[in-house]
Design a protein around this ligand. Structure first.
Ligand SMILES: *Cc1c(COP(=O)(O)O)cnc(C)c1O
Length: 420
């Protein structure tokens, strides 16, 4: 056998062995969820009669593109909702979220976030930063937020008051660049029920990024009207080359489709070029990719907590997203960690990431992203804004064994710099 590229310290390897043993019962639980989700996806493919003709793709206007229509039906089927809009034309998760919000909100409406400050890139979309650039605020939509409680959990008691007069109650499932707990589908169900009871007109809209297939149910099966995500995260399975989705109630999906293309045309147009096959294949593989990513995350959480760092969540906690956050404490450690992840990636392993001013974010960010798809974070990746509390957010891992190697490589890089 050729000598391994990876050279890990013996002490680190001994710890990794113990950590993997500790993780065994957690991995078994993850595999159970994976099996349930694979059954759900396979059933949807069969029920919606997916066929080779759906992979062919269209050009130009894309009228009567059977693949595009079937993909929407397949997503709606496995997510358990009325309709979906799944398109490579969504350039990112932020774009899909933007289309959904502009799709359902009108001048004079109010959007209320029930999970405190939204994800960084949504600030400019809402109009919390910038002026006169076409944000929701510029179009006459007001925004307010119900802050999370001091322990980072939702303020359930504050919901009835907060949603009075609101058109959209917005919930972010995953922690984003914060250390608050991510919300389980059961948490979202409780929030959605509180919203509907206090204001039956309010629409519950969920930022579902990083959550798909981590549990057996999705927010639209727990009372949400719409949920939105990115195809270079969980549901693209590491295969979709770009794109996003919006899933939920049929009338709302229609409004969103009018915003994505044009009023009146909606879902009937939009050629798929050569993207359909990879979107179908990615969805088929997604439950497996997500399970690998969750296992990688569990391994990293256990390893770094054994190394003395605060981690979020605990390795054996019930999971609702693929993210692991590790409070490393200093910029030097963040940089070494990300460089180690990069070194353990299949693409661009020889480059060394540095902090940069990333569009949409207001502090410098360092990212390790040695991915087949640019910026894909269902693939092993780590990113960290260079600001307090100097924590790194780790996600992805298309296969557990390679994800684990990248995590060990991060620990090794810190060790070599005397930073572990
Ligand atoms: C990734 C993410 C988004 C969207 O980010 P994009 O990089 O635009 O895809 C939004 N919300 C959360 C919580 C996310 O993790």
């Amino acid at each position: 056998m050729a000598e391994s590229f990876f050279k890990f310290d013996d002490e680190l390897l001994a710890l990794a062995k113990k950590v993997q043993e500790d993780c065994a019962p957690v991995f078994a639980r993850i595999e159970g969820i994976q099996a349930a989700n694979e059954q759900k996806v396979l059933s949807a493919f069969a029920r919606q009669r997916v066929s080779e003709v759906h992979f062919k793709g269209s050009t130009g206007y894309g009228y009567d593109d059977m693949g595009r229509e079937a993909l929407d039906r397949v997503y709606a089927d496995f997510f358990g909702c009325e309709d979906a809009l799944v398109r490579h034309n969504f350039v990112s998760g932020t774009h899909a979220l933007t289309v959904a919000l502009f799709g359902v909100l009108r001048m004079g409406d109010t959007m209320v976030s029930l999970t405190g400050a939204p994800y960084d890139t949504m600030e400019e979309v809402i109009g919390l930063r910038g002026e006169g650039n076409g944000s929701l605020k510029d179009f006459g939509v007001s925004y307010r937020q119900l802050d999370l409680k001091a322990d980072g959990t939702p303020d359930y008691d504050g919901i009835p008051q907060a949603v009075q007069g609101a058109k959209v109650a917005y919930i972010q499932r995953s922690r984003g660049y914060s250390l608050r707990p991510s919300l389980t589908v059961a948490d979202i169900e409780k929030m959605a029920a509180a919203v509907k009871q206090a204001n039956p007109q309010a629409l519950v809209v969920v930022d579902n990024c990083y959550g798909e297939f981590v549990e057996e149910r999705e927010p639209v099966q727990a009372g949400a009207d719409l949920m939105i995500g990115s195809l270079i995260k969980n549901p693209g399975g590491g295969i979709a080359e770009t794109g996003g989705y919006i899933a939920g109630k049929r009338d709302l999906i229609e409004k969103c489709s009018y915003r994505l293309t044009c009023v009146g045309m909606g879902k009937e147009v939009g050629c798929t070029l050569g993207q359909s096959r990879s979107m179908f294949l990615g969805a088929f593989l997604a439950p497996q990719a997500v399970a690998s990513a969750v296992k990688t995350s569990v391994f990293a959480l256990r390893l770094f907590s054994e190394l003395g760092y605060e981690v979020y969540p605990r390795y054996d906690e019930y999971r609702t997203d693929i993210i692991a956050a590790i409070r490393l404490g200093t910029p030097e450690k963040l940089i070494a960690f990300c460089q180690g992840i990069q070194k353990g990636s299949p693409v661009d392993s020889y480059v060394s990431p540095e902090p940069w001013d990333m569009p949409g974010y207001d502090s410098q960010v360092i990212m390790a992203a040695g991915a087949f798809t640019g910026g894909a974070s269902i693939e092993i990746s780590a990113d960290a804004p260079l600001r307090e509390p100097y924590a790194v957010w780790l996600q992805g891992g298309l296969t557990y064994n390679t994800g684990k190697l990248a995590v060990l490589s991060a620990a090794q890089a810190m060790k070599e710099k005397g930073l572990l």
